[in-house]
Write a protein that binds this ligand. Sequence first.
Ligand code: U2F
Length: 453
Amino acid sequence: TVCPTDDRHVAVLAFPYGTHAAPLLNLVRRAAAEAPDVTFSFLSTKASNASVFAGLNEEQLLNIRPYDIEDGLPEDFVPTGNPQDPVAYFVKAMPANYRTAMEEAVAKTGRQITCLVSDAFFWFCADMADEIHAKWVPLWTAGPHPLLAHISSQQIRENLGPDGVRENKEIDFLAGFNGLKAADLPEGLAELKEDPFSMMLDKMGEALPRATAVAINSFTAVHLPIAHELESKFHMLLNVGPFILTTPQSVTLDDEGCLPWLNTQEEGSVVYISFGSVIMPPPDELTALADALEEGEYPFIWAFRGNPEKSLPDGFMERTKKQGKVVGWAPQMQILKHSAVGVCMTHGGWNSILDCIVGGVPMISRPFFGDQMLNTATLEHVWEIGVGLENNVFTKEETLRVLEIIMSSEKGKMMREKVFELKDSAMEAAGAEGDSTKNFCTFADILSGLHHD
Ligand code: U2F
């Protein structure tokens, strides 16, 4: 028997920082299109909603409505430049800010909430879902290795002991972690830190196994041992990515002509540089990177946050006018798909890694925080599709050394082959008969109340 779906109300609780809310909205948009009778309320801060809903009209949104939640910032808040400050305030405002908006959504739609879809960070949804007898499907927007690490934090602490991080012990007791070490783990995991963000992730690790299903922006074949381990920990694991292949994406315009410029470059010659949506490397590293590009005469596209005239060495922009392009927000996926691109310099953000896999581009990764160290180590030691930097920093010599490895060595060639193998599995997963496609149907069915265990 098919249940009626016209009384279903899905509350979507987005995390408003970094690249979290946009992929969640894309996933939900695809589900909403397939379940026209189900009501979707999308909860995020005003700023986040304004950004992720920009350019979408009511027709495209169908049955999804945004609701603004409080960001928890004090009225006299002055930004310090540290992107983690607003996040700490936000975490303190949870879950009361979401509850308020959920009550508003229930009042407006006249429908009780039947399912919570949330960012995986939101541990409190486990209790909330129980209270209102709703399903709970969290989305983990990062990769499978950090996810397993977070849900295994207790086991990791026991096995590593108090000196585990200092001695940089091998993590040989966790499936899928061969070749990875204690220092690669997200900070605050092996040694619990008391800050709001670390506490949130710690509680998340305990709560996720209670979810109806855990969705992840990844594909099963990216690493089978990890997929199997995660399957054993959750009621259900739904690999539904890579989102760039499986869910509708908003188009980034090529205002600055990156793609026509790439057409004029030799195959595999261009260095693409981007450190995602949050990070700005320190000044001495920006200088080292710029100097290396100039000295090595590598053609480049640099997606630069901030003011390049101010932050890059004197005269760099003028001297490299022909050699490369420094742009604001770049059409990253289209760039990475272009055959002229030979390497991507990244901070190891999960979305960028998936972009590189789908584009078939090996990486140089300079991690900054959170999952980025673990992602970098996984690229280098598990998938062998990228390299890290000595001491995790750009110096001119080190940058030239790793560029040489990727662009001109036999090892670089092998990395390219391996990244193409992963690309093929990603394409297969997202195809009509693929795993991610099937898992997406299950996801949509849970939201519509059509899936029964
Ligand atoms: C946080 O990641 P970030 O948002 O800093 O970085 P990514 O996960 O790599 O995502 C960046 C996205 O922005 C796009 C790019 C990616 O989809 O295609 N982009 C672009 O289109 N144009 C540009 O000029 C630059 C970027 C966090 F910091 C990470 O540690 C996590 O892994 C991640 C996921 O949870 O969220």
